[in-house]
Design a protein around this ligand. Structure first.
Ligand SMILES: Nc1ncnc2c1ncn2[C@@H]1O[C@H](COP(=O)(O)OP(=O)(O)OP(=O)(O)O)[C@@H](O)[C@H]1O
Ligand SMILES: [Mg+2]
Length: 233
């Protein structure tokens, strides 16, 4: 069973606690974060939100997916876009195929968004998987075509959440943060590094990103493991 031939590709999936256990403390924390973001929505139009962090493994995909679920639960027609074209996890997390998605749309002008968008299984939540890994993710995200796709999708959804790569390593999240209505920075206990965080903040400031706040993502094996939100930056 465990011989060389049985080698399987490891799939990274994130925990959808807001689907699996809606009454849990962690789900409640995601709803609290939603409420905080909704306050920011009163002051200004907030239709596109970028989720990033300074470095890898800080909980960007977990946060973006669970936030997307609680916004859909609140009645907003929500689209979660896996814009981490380098290390996508969203399709697998919702048990969807990643065969076609954002990269397909970006490469093929004749492809249409509605053909790539999948029903998440959660009421009110749709998913645009990343699609096959392209050779030039940053250029693709910075392209006019990307701006056109987002503008078109804004006509069909109340809220679009972008799961992004870490902002310090590659420029993808900075590109999207510059264009999005709001950006959320995820910080993970025991993983985030102070210098990287300072750099992340500077990179966001450089493009005048509207940083809505920081989500503090709790430690693994911690009973209170979950997320809390710090408003403002
Ligand atoms: N609060 C938490 N408690 C326990 N495990 C967590 C927590 N947040 C994230 N994880 C786990 O840590 C790993 C990384 O999380 P996730 O994929 O959401 O991070 P990421 O920032 O998107 O990573 P990447 O930089 O690879 O995109 C996953 O296995 C996830 O299930
Ligand atoms: Mg991720």
């Amino acid at each position: 069973m465990f011989g060389k031939k049985a080698k399987r590709k490891h799939k990274k999936i994130v925990s959808l606690v807001t689907v699996a256990d809606k009454t849990s403390v962690i789900s409640e924390q995601y709803r609290t974060i939603r409420t905080n973001i909704q306050y920011a929505m009163v002051d200004r139009t907030l239709r596109t939100i970028v989720v990033t962090s300074s470095g890898p493994d800080e909980g960007k995909s977990t946060t973006s997916a669970n936030l997307a679920v609680v916004f859909a639960d609140a009645g907003l027609k929500t689209l979660l876009i896996d814009a981490d074209l380098r290390k996508p996890t969203i399709a697998d997390s919702f048990f969807l195929s990643n065969g076609k998605g954002l990269s397909t749309l970006l490469r093929d002008r004749s492809a249409e968004a509605h053909q790539m968008i999948r029903d998440s299984g959660v009421n009110g939540l749709w998913i645009l998987p990343s699609g096959p890994k392209p050779p030039d993710p940053s250029e693709m995200l910075a392209s006019k075509r990307m701006a056109e796709i987002v503008a078109e999708l804004k006509g069909s959804f109340d809220l679009i959440i972008f799961d992004m790569p870490p902002i310090v390593a590659v420029t993808d999240a900075q590109i999207m943060a510059a264009k999005a209505d709001g950006t959320i920075l995820v910080v993970r206990e025991g993983i985030s590094n102070k210098n990287a965080l300072i750099r992340a903040k500077r990179l966001l400031q450089n493009v005048n990103a509207n940083v809505l706040g920081t989500i503090y993502n709790g430690a693994e094996n911690n009973k209170n493991s979950g997320a809390s939100y710090y408003y403002g930056d």
